[in-house]
Ligand binder design. Structure first.
Ligand code: ADP
Length: 477
């Protein structure tokens, strides 16, 4: 049986800033169900210390060298839901924010990459394959091949998964080499250099045995210049090694039948409870609307990737109609300011919460009728799948994983489980919203679409089997 260690910068149920954590939380459980011997390694962030200190067992404490610096390395472990977690402990690096930003963040995760390699012999779990996620883990394939190879009888194999190619971990080569002791001969365009910088994502893409990303459609898109963000060359060159495996959601955490965070439970077969959730949402945001008014929602990071410029462009036009808008998000100030302005100007039919709140996210998914996700690009996207599970129909732009997960409403067959538009344009989005609102008034069709959405299998079960096959292939090649 192939032994797999999943390595990531964040993961549920411990620390989450975005979809990566959802995946790192849900995938191991599904892998156990298809008999993969799996464990997880991540930094011991301050939140983990605050909430789990009593459960953690220290299994190693020593120091490692980062160039001339001697740094503490502790390894702690705990078991949750049958999965063993290993935490890299160093309070200098992980005692504060999950991502420090700038070169401080680069150093944080250069340390993490080296610490993972140093930790492997000391954890009592000897993985065949390391499943690495995003640029924060990008130097691990390089280190294992170039600096740690001699330590293992059988070389450690690696799978590098791209969750978002936009973030690459760029820095000067002097900075990187000073920390990881890398000779200048590696700083060439076929290895660590990209666009005049040392690049951790590039290192992962060059040195990993296989590469995957989180949806089949995004796997094709990133071979092209528009989506590839400078990595399209290396990805095209390694086309044979790249696959797209669709993310799933945690169907236990996101389950309208059992969810304790929502006003009333409901299911695809008996959706009546959703009305109580809608009423609760209306009163939570003090909206002055009827329960028959459609509610369009967003649960999102506030960043241009999420298509917020389109929302900014047409939202006011929409808000003069019989429709309400509820938004939960945090991020760029320019969008926060915009949504606060909208909430102040249209208090009767707009609800805005700037911040991060998981329970509120559940209440919005369950209480709203539509989820707007007009992303400029979207590697996979989880919000649209979560929304579907709660009978909240996604309105998406056809990009990345949104193409793989939403079947747009077809007015001729009257089938589908959401709505979609293709051109990144505010009025195309508005037309798609208007189509959704017209379906909203056609109750039998609306019911069918909601049911379709809720019955979608958005779990990790199928993808876990694909990962298992990929791990086995990597291990035996
Ligand atoms: P990304 O990883 O690009 O942020 P995804 O759609 O893949 O986007 O995943 C986003 C996840 O984060 C979903 O589980 C969504 O519900 C959650 N989320 C996003 N913003 C917030 C927020 N402000 N509060 C609570 N949950 C949020």
């Amino acid at each position: 049986m192939t032994k797999v260690l999943i390595v990531a910068s964040e993961g549920m149920p411990f620390v989450k800033t975005g979809g990566l954590a959802d995946v790192v939380g849900a995938l191991p459980k599904s892998l156990l169900a298809v008999a993969v011997d799996v464990a997880v390694m991540m930094p011991k962030h301050s939140k983990i210390k605050a909430e789990h200190e009593a459960e953690l067992k220290t299994i190693y404490a020593s120091t490692i060298m980062l160039g001339w610096r001697e740094k503490y390395l502790g390894i702690q472990t705990l078991v949750k839901n049958g999965v063993t977690y290993y935490f890299i402990d160093n309070e200098d690096y992980f005692g504060g924010p999950v991502y420090l930003g700038g070169d401080a963040e680069n150093e944080q995760y250069l340390y993490f990459c080296k610490a993972v390699c140093e930790a492997l012999p000391h954890i009592g779990f000897d993985p065949d394959v390391l499943h690495l996620n995003d640029w924060h883990t990008g130097m691990i394939p390089f280190l294992l091949k170039e600096q740690y190879g001699h330590r293992y009888e059988k070389p450690k194999k690696t799978l590098f998964t791209i969750h978002n190619i936009k973030f690459q971990g760029q820095m000067s080569f002097e900075f990187m080499s000073d920390i990881l002791s890398i000779p200048p001969r590696y700083y060439i365009p076929t290895l660590l250099e990209a666009d005049g910088c040392a690049n951790m994502m590039k290192a992962g893409l060059v040195y990993a045995d296989k590469i995957s990303t989180v949806s089949p459609n995004y796997a094709n898109e990133i071979m092209n210049r528009y989506f590839g963000m400078g990595m399209e060359g290396i990805l095209s060159a390694r086309r044979q090694d790249v696959s797209g495996i669709l993310n799933g959601i945690d169907t236990v955490e996101f389950n309208p039948e059992k969810d304790s965070a929502i006003a009333e439970n409901y299911s695809a077969n008996d959706i009546r409870g959703k009305l109580s959730c809608k009423k609760a949402l209306i009163s939570e945001f003090n909206l002055d609307i009827k329960t028959t008014t459609p509610i369009i929602s967003m649960v999102t990071r506030l960043t241009s990737q999420k298509g917020l410029d389109l929302v900014q462009y047409v939202l006011e036009e929409l808000l003069h109609e019989d429709v309400a808008f509820v938004m939960l998000g945090s991020g760029d100030e320019v969008y926060q300011d915009f949504f606060n302005y909208i909430a102040a100007k249209y208090p009767a039919n707009t609800g805005v919460y700037i911040g991060y709140d998981e329970d509120l996210a559940h209440r919005i998914y369950s209480g709203a009728d539509f989820l707007l996700m007009p992303s400029e690009f979207e590697p996979c996207g989880l919000s649209q799948m979560i929304a579907q599970r709660y009978g909240n129909l996604p309105i998406v732009r056809e990009t990345g994983g949104l193409v793989d997960t939403v079947s747009p409403y077809n007015r001729y067959t009257q089938e589908g489980d959401g709505f979609a538009f293709s051109t990144f344009n505010g009025h195309d989005m508005l037309a798609s919203i208007r189509l959704a609102l017209s379906v909203y008034r056609d109750k039998p069709v609306l019911r069918r679409l909601k049911r379709n959405a809720m019955l979608n299998d958005n779990s990790f079960t199928k993808s876990a089997k694909e990962y298992k096959e990929l791990y086995d292939r990597i291990n035996h090649e």
